[in-house]
Design a protein around this ligand. Structure first.
Ligand SMILES: [Zn+2]
Ligand SMILES: [Zn+2]
Length: 138
């Protein structure tokens, strides 16, 4: 009987711990989700129509829309077009957008560093492909 009481107390403590953690996790994630704008999906899509390639390497695959000034420190710039840049998830988002250091690290000079690099590489790639096609079908 003594052991049963001990087990019940232990279960109660574990239960409180688990539910407490779950409640804390739920409140944290819902607080974060509530801060993100419901307009983000539309703004992201509009940005990808304007810049449908990685601004650094010109890739058109695995594209992500990155906040130059991050959401965690500048939530007011979440939807500002001038704060958005398309980067590829393959490498550039991490290595250039976040300095290959941390998802919390930022590169405020990314636009100046790469100017029209992505657009120019993409244009050259398209021209090269067109030339290949012409050779294949004389
Ligand atoms: Zn890239
Ligand atoms: Zn990012």
């Amino acid at each position: 009987m003594k052991n049963l009481a001990r087990i019940l107390v232990l279960c109660g403590v574990i239960g409180l711990g688990v539910f407490g953690s779950l409640a804390l996790f739920a409140s944290c994630s819902s607080a974060e989700a509530a801060e993100r704008s419901s307009r983000w999906a539309a703004v992201r899509r509009a940005h990808l129509e304007i810049e449908p390639y990685c601004a650094v390497c010109g890739s058109e695959e695995d594209l992500e829309v990155h906040h130059i000034k991050p959401f965690h420190s500048n939530p007011d710039l979440e939807l500002a077009p001038s704060n958005l840049i398309t980067l590829c998830g393959g490498n550039c988002h991490w290595a250039v957008g976040h300095l290959g250091a941390s998802w919390r690290a930022e590169n405020p000079e990314i636009r100046e560093m790469y100017q029209n690099a992505g657009a120019r590489i993409r244009a050259m790639r398209m021209a090269w492909r067109a030339a290949q096609t012409n050779e294949a079908h004389p």
